[in-house]
Design a protein. Structure first.
Length: 267
């Protein structure tokens, strides 16, 4: 069995200060995919400790250094890693990393950790840049899948696909994260064969959500969004055996504004 966890840690140092360590020890995933790491390689390794192989795309662009960074930490060997996604303007943004992980049977799983920015809520607004990044994701996933390898893309996509994926969907119909164009991109992705495992195992909804604002009573009232995904190539999806959102028991026990999404695979 392979256990894969993905989570936007909202700063790895802050997450460990708030209690990520005990969760990580108890969950003990084979693969841990993180977004918004916001740390150097050395700091990330220091925080994780233990025997991890790590692929880390640390942002090199000043405008991204304080909020981006994605990583794949693996208990299995990583035989190759890649940190860039085309076009060239996305190089160094710290929003995409691929790790070729060797499975027990000798086959390769390409695990991707990605962080898609919000779009219109950025300063200045960057919705068109978000669409360009989504197009780059489509192109790269097509390339990865072409040779028949297992591919798993995990991350905070900052898009709720359907009405059941966010509590206040009526109020957000014209806002980034639930725009028709964003949702149509997800439709095309899943129509081409990629599998949303959170929805497959989460039922018809509403939820289970994976992000709640720190403010107000959003967490207590479960007024959240499902924007954190494990999306698998069709062959890998056939081996998936379960998917659970590790929602904290109480607001005080949260160590990120996102909850980990944890999947198991029989590979």
């Amino acid at each position: 069995m392979l256990t894969v966890a993905t989570v936007n840690v909202n700063g790895v140092r802050a997450a460990f200060r708030r209690g990520m360590g005990p969760w990580l020890e108890e969950t003990d995933p084979d693969l841990l995919l993180m977004q918004e790491v916001r740390a150097t390689d050395d700091v990330l390794r220091e925080q994780l400790g233990g025997d991890w192989n790590i692929a880390h795309a640390e942002p090199s662009i000043d405008g991204h250094k304080g909020r981006a960074g994605v990583a794949v930490a693996s208990r299995r060997p990583i035989k190759d890693e890649r940190g860039d996604i085309g076009p060239e303007r996305f190089a160094g943004c710290g929003r995409w990393v691929e790790a070729d992980v060797v499975l027990d049977d000798g086959t390769t799983l390409t695990a991707v950790s990605t962080y898609v920015f919000t779009g219109e809520f950025e300063t200045p607004p960057r919705q068109e840049e978000k669409y360009a990044f989504l197009d780059a994701i489509t192109a790269r996933l097509t390339e990865l899948r072409a040779d028949g390898r297992h591919v798993l893309m995990c991350g905070d996509l900052n898009i709720a696909h359907r009405e059941v994926d966010l509590k206040a969907w009526k109020a957000n119909r014209k806002k980034s994260g639930f725009l028709p164009e964003e949702r149509a991109w997800m439709d095309r992705l899943f129509d081409s064969g990629w599998v949303d495992l959170g929805r497959r195992f989460g039922g018809e909804g509403p939820g289970p959500y994976s992000w709640w604002s720190w403010r107000g009573k959003a967490f207590d009232n479960d007024a959240g969004w499902r924007i954190d995904y494990q999306i698998a190539s069709p062959e890998l999806a056939e081996s998936a055996t379960g998917c659970v959102v590790h929602r904290a028991p109480t607001y005080a026990e949260r160590w990120s504004d996102h909850a980990p999404v944890v999947e198991t695979y029989d590979v």
